[in-house]
Ligand binder design. Structure first.
Ligand code: SAM
Length: 272
């Protein structure tokens, strides 16, 4: 029974590969690569002569049997064009199939654009959501953003340079003046972080159309301001006067005010 190694490769700077990754790539029987020509450059640089086979978006199902057969004989390493396989790159299906066949999976830590962008963004890193590539169609993109309007966690997404301004425009329209960070060409010669509110960053890229690879980090929804007692009482009065039941009114006000529903309800009991 062979082991399937999931091996991250650099996202730009060829030095960003671990000693362990190089050792594994040299010692396995076969490397499954998203694009054998792209990976050939990296492997040549590190004088790795392990046989390569292709495993990409369009053959990921037809190639499964071949790779599972290879795993019966020896160890296989999976690499993508850049970064961590399985993260907006092929890998998931192979990992599932290999697990189902009882193979050992050994994922190696390493380069990943989303994490590098997040930790350099200056936006909260304690909790975040990885969105992968944002939808290309404006309507689907806006719909996704709408579903995230109340989300407090930092959002991380991959975006193409051609759509960046449209996407920033959508963020402004749907999420409001959020803090964002555009991380461009990470680890490369022209690495750039543009940090600021959406309006400022959008204006920058309207004047300087971006090129290269982009990861977008978006600050989460701000904590709602907590109302004072007079505001809660006024809102209660308004809803009760309009004929709303106390329980329903308390629930609605709690959602807006930052108060607990029970506390709003108790104020309502005093008022009625
Ligand atoms: N598996 C990869 C990873 O772990 O980062 C991601 C692969 S995905 C097909 C490629 C996208 O990742 C690019 O279109 C871009 O949005 C982002 N990306 C990759 N390299 C980047 C870099 N050097 N700087 C900024 N974003 C990058």
């Amino acid at each position: 029974m062979g082991t399937l190694y999931i091996v991250p490769t650099p996202i730009g700077n060829l030095e960003d590969i671990t000693l362990r990754a190089l050792r594994i790539l040299k010692s396995v029987m076969l490397i499954a690569a998203e694009d054998t020509r792209t990976s050939g450059v990296l492997l040549k640089h590190y004088e790795i002569e392990t046989p390569l086979t292709s495993y990409h978006e369009h053959n990921k199902h037809s190639k499964l049997d071949e790779l599972l057969e290879a795993l019966e004989i020896g160890d296989v390493a999976l690499i993508s064009d850049a970064g961590t396989p399985g993260i907006s790159d092929p890998g998931y299906e192979l990992v599932c199939a290999a697990i189902a066949q009882g193979h050992r999976i050994e994922p190696l830590p390493g380069a990943n654009a989303a994490l590098v962008a997040l930790v350099g963004s200056g936006l909260p890193t304690d909790s975040f959501i990885y969105l992968g590539f944002l939808p290309k169609k404006a309507s689907a993109r806006r719909q996704l953003l709408q579903s995230l309007q109340g989300e407090r966690r930092t959002l991380v997404a991959y975006e193409s340079p051609n759509r960046l301004c449209d996407t920033l425009d959508d963020i402004q329209a749907v999420l409001g003046q959020r803090a964002v960070c555009v991380a461009r060409e990470l680890t490369k010669l022209y690495e750039e972080f543009q940090r600021g509110d959406v309006k400022t960053v959008l204006a920058h890229y309207r004047d300087n159309p971006p090129k290269g690879e982009i990861t977008l980090v978006i600050g989460g929804a701000p904590e709602p301001a907590i109302w004072d007692e007079a505001q809660v009482r006024a809102a209660l009065q308004q809803r009760l006067n309009a004929g709303e039941g106390l329980s329903q009114a308390a629930k609605a006000i709690a959602a807006e005010s930052g108060w607990k529903k029970k506390a709003v309800y108790n104020l309502g009991l005093e008022q009625s």
